[in-house]
Design a protein around this ligand. Sequence first.
Ligand code: TXA
Ligand code: MG
Length: 336
Amino acid sequence: MKTEILGIDGASLDRAAELLTEGQVVAVPTETVYGLAANAFDEKAVRRIFEAKGRPADNPLIVHIADVSELERLSPEVPELAYECAERFWPGPLTMILPKADIIPSVTSGGLDTVGIRMPADKTARAVIKRCGFPLAAPSANLSGSPSPTAYRHVYEDMNGRVSAIIDGGDCSVGVESTVISFDGDKIRILRPGFVSPDDLSEVAETIVDKGVLEQLSPDAVVRSPGMKYKHYAPKADVTIIDSDRDSFISYVRKNADEATMLLVFSEADCKGLDIGFVKYGDTSEEQARRLFTALRTLDELGAEKVYARCPEKSGVGLAVYNRLLRAAGFKAVKL
Ligand code: TXA
Ligand code: MG
């Protein structure tokens, strides 16, 4: 299939909406990561997303809207707490799991009777949804199993020839996927951490972080969010997280590194005195969120076979970075 490359000008967005209305798949930038979008109401179009990604059919898609008033059409029971979260965090990187309305086909929700809904902050994404007049189902625009795309180049590498068009919207400002939450009575449960942090959500209601966020679930475990049971965000290299201060990191690397080793560090200071290739992903949690997936792709491009990574903070936005890196590492972490 020939993939059209579109910009973010009005004519490009008209073309994107035209393709989407015909039931085609278009990669669209959002503030978190690029999404692989199709008409959420069109079964055939949604199947094309699963094909393009190579995604297991039981992993549900997030439905993206451009206006809060859409909630009523997509869910028969929207709790008051969901409206409070929408008021506080939308448009933005928050996905809410709600009971699904019949208008959403079950392919979109991976056979579940719930649906994840998000109103993105990115102007291009919202402009495309508005032009379409229907909500867009969109998972991250990577091939299933590789890191989510946060730059146009990543999407092109994974999706050229597999989708009808890609909108080049530059780099994503957040860099990790949205926070996914469900409602447990009057409590909020975080199923996937993101830029909207546990502390942010606690301002609205008592917030629990689901066990699956930091622990490896056994393959037969009953999971609340199917995405959590798949190996995710995986680079080709064998990644180990080293949970320690800088000095202990440096001495661990000195003892254990071999020729195939590279480092994933915050900054040059973490490699002092070491003669080993490294990739940086920044000193603050926000910067690490923005740069992590690019860093993982870069390590692959450099041919890293073994990677020792400095461990992010486990709170605030850092919890999202740590959660993604844990999955990239297949949960291998060494605490010093
Ligand atoms: O930031 C994002 O969320 C990006 C952009 C494109 O919006 N999208 C994204 O989609 O990350 P995806 O499909 O790669 O990840 C969606 C996650 C998966 O782990 C999925 O299992 C979970 O959300 N999810 C979706 N619908 C769900 C539902 N009804 N119940 C439980 N989990 C759900
Ligand atoms: Mg994904």
